[in-house]
Structures are given as structure tokens and as C-alpha cells.
Design a protein around this ligand. Structure first.
Ligand code: ATP
Ligand code: MG
Length: 151
């Protein structure tokens, strides 16, 4: 034996509208607590920001969530928790992320949701919840969640 390998079960969902993806995000919010990190993967326009809007709503954040493409890290506050919405699209690697203070942010006790997390894989903690979105039609998506047992 060379070591233990953890086989992670994946939860699969189908959504057929932006609203359904939002609703799934609201359910995902129920799994999160201080310090949680959610990594979002999926092509341009797949629904990463849409899912984040649902997560924010589920966390009780009433502010409008906008894409953080230019700000890279946006911060929102509910009465009980802080949400960092991160977009790594314009970063090259983990070093860029470290340089803008990203590592500190995801190791804080806020909740971090990261679009294009593949750019900063080494910065992600081991207990990251990974959600990948696949475009299967104009308004249909397959959404795969790993890192949680049930939802
Ligand atoms: N089932 C669905 N789930 C999510 N979004 C959907 C769905 N069907 C259609 N859409 C549309 O797809 C688009 C998703 O945009 P969104 O900004 O969330 O994508 P993104 O993955 O964040 O893109 P980017 O990589 O540019 O940040 C929206 O216009 C939304 O209305
Ligand atoms: Mg987006």
C-alpha cells in the first residue's frame, strides 16, 4: 500500500433555467459556514455568477451581486457572515493571487466563492467544495458538486 486514496462522491444536478441554478445556489448556501471555500468551474457564460447570486441569497445577503471580473475580489456582508466573491479569470497563477491578498481572504473566516478557481488550484484548502457547471443546451446545465456528502 502506498497510501490512502479518498474517492469523492459527486452530486449531480440538472438545471433548465437561470432561476433553477439560482435555487440550487440557495441550497448550497445551507452547507456553508465560516471559512468555507467554494470553487466554481465552467466555461464562459455557464452560470458561475448566477450560482453565486443564489449562494449569496441563501446566506441572507440582500445586496446585488455583480461579476467581480475587474475588481477580482468583491466583499458582501450579511447580518451573520461575510461573503468574498472572487474571479480568478484575469490572474495567471497562485502567485498573482497571493500578491493581491487572496490567500489571506480564503483563509479568513469569511465564506469564499471563486470563479475560474482552476487558475489558483494550489491556493485552495483541502476541504474546498468544488462545483463544475457544464453547458448542455441554451438553458440547460449539468452541475456537479464534490466535497459534500449530501445537500
Ligand atoms: N440553467 C442555467 N443556469 C445558469 N445560467 C443560465 C441557465 N440557462 C441560461 N442561463 C444564462 O446563462 C448566463 C450565465 O451567466 P453567468 O454570468 O452566470 O456565467 P459565468 O459562468 O459567471 O460567466 P463568466 O465566465 O463570464 O463569469 C446568464 O445569462 C443566464 O441567464
Ligand atoms: Mg461570472
Amino acid at each position: 500500500m502506498t497510501g490512502k486514496r479518498r474517492i469523492e462522491p459527486a452530486l449531480l444536478f440538472n438545471t433548465n433555467s437561470a432561476d433553477e441554478t439560482f435555487a440550487l445556489g440557495e441550497r448550497v448556501a445551507g452547507l456553508l459556514s465560516h471559512g468555507s471555500v467554494v470553487a466554481l468551474e465552467g466555461a464562459l457564460g455557464s452560470g458561475k455568477t448566477q450560482l453565486t447570486k443564489g449562494i449569496a441569497s441563501g446566506l441572507g445577503i440582500t445586496e446585488n451581486i455583480t461579476s467581480p471580473t475587474y475588481t477580482i475580489i468583491s466583499e458582501y456582508q450579511s447580518s451573520v457572515c461575510r461573503l468574498y466573491h472572487i474571479d480568478a479569470y484575469r490572474l495567471n497563477n497562485d502567485k498573482d493571487f497571493e500578491d493581491i491578498g487572496g490567500t489571506e481572504v480564503i483563509n479568513s473566516n469569511g465564506i469564499s466563492v471563486i470563479e475560474w478557481s482552476g487558475k489558483i488550484l494550489k491556493s485552495l484548502p483541502e476541504n474546498t467544495i468544488t462545483i463544475s457547471i457544464e453547458i448542455t443546451g441554451q438553458s440547460s446545465r449539468i452541475i456537479k458538486i464534490t466535497g459534500v456528502k449530501e445537500i
